[in-house]
Write a protein that binds this ligand. Structure first.
Ligand SMILES: Nc1ncnc2c1ncn2[C@@H]1O[C@H](COP(=O)(O)OP(=O)(O)OP(=O)(O)O)[C@@H](O)[C@H]1O
Ligand SMILES: O=C(O)c1ccc[n+]([C@@H]2O[C@H](COP(=O)([O-])O)[C@@H](O)[C@H]2O)c1
Length: 233
């Protein structure tokens, strides 16, 4: 299957949450979406995906969780965590249902989603249901993630469409993942960084405040690696 919500009890029906997530059954259970990412920088593809899933699944909030050290990007230069965290705060500030968590940054070491989910479950307590939102490219590689069985026990996964990638759950156990079509945003952080390095605009690919933050901190400019904003403050 490549697009849309799949059949079965975990699928969101039409514009609302599916039968497995019927609010009438679990009135006091808060439904928390988690959008993990390197966010280097955060862009409108991330924000549209989170907004769309929040609407389709009736989520009470979506927590954006910038990675500490994304171990599968260990060969690539990644901007300081504080810059990525601050851009995520700026990008989400106007939406009262969007939050940002520092759990992955503050834990230190390589970031594993199993730790993210454990920490957020502990923080929010037992009366929550966690939904981890992931793009088609990340879902493709999910079998390589640490402690997969525990991850699937801690959260329901929601895979979203992304231009250039096929959205499929054929490699995954039944009822662990829902597939959702979101408005196509052919934007990647890689492309945003490349555009800035070439002196091209990223207006309207990322929120205005993020454009200004990138300029202020001189991120992504060829040959210049910024120090952490805390250490340089
Ligand atoms: N345009 C998009 N549409 C849908 N999902 C997206 C989009 N961009 C990123 N995602 C998803 O958001 C999550 C975090 O992505 P990430 O921060 O790595 O951004 P990215 O654009 O893929 O970055 P990079 O180009 O540096 O790899 C991942 O699950 C990814 O699949
Ligand atoms: O748990 C893992 O082993 C794991 C491996 C790769 C990626 N992830 C998570 O997937 C999310 C997207 O990661 P990335 O590298 O595409 O920005 C982010 O929350 C990562 O922590 C998690």
């Amino acid at each position: 299957m490549t697009t849309g919500a799949r059949d079965g009890p975990a699928a969101p029906a039409g514009g609302g949450p599916g039968p497995a997530y019927d609010r009438g059954v679990e009135e006091d259970i808060r439904r928390i979406g988690i959008m993990g990412g390197t966010f280097d920088p955060i862009h409108h593809g991330h924000l549209v995906a989170a907004s769309e899933v929040a609407d389709r699944f009736g989520l009470d909030e979506v927590v954006f969780v910038p990675t500490g050290q994304p171990w599968q990007k260990a060969d690539e230069p990644v901007s300081p965590a504080e810059d990525r965290y601050l851009m995520t705060v700026i990008a989400t500030a106007s939406n009262p249902r969007f939050q940002v968590s520092r759990v992955d940054i503050d834990r230190g070491g390589p970031t594993y989603t199993v730790d993210t989910l454990r920490d957020l479950q502990a923080e929010y307590g037992p009366k929550v249901q966690l939904f981890f939102i992931t793009g088609a490219d990340a879902l493709e590689r999910i079998l390589s993630w640490k402690d997969l069985d525990e991850i699937f026990a801690l959260a329901h996964f929601i895979g979203v469409t992304r231009p250039g990638f096929e959205l499929s759950d054929e490699h995954l156990p039944a009822d662990t993942v829902s597939l959702v079509q979101v408005p196509a945003m052919a934007i990647s952080s890689t492309n945003c960084r490349a555009r800035v390095a070439r002196g091209e605009p990223v207006w309207y690919l990322v929120p205005d405040g993020v454009v200004q933050y990138i300029a202020k901190r001189r991120l992504y400019q060829e040959g210049k690696r910024p120090e952490s904003p805390r250490s340089s403050a």
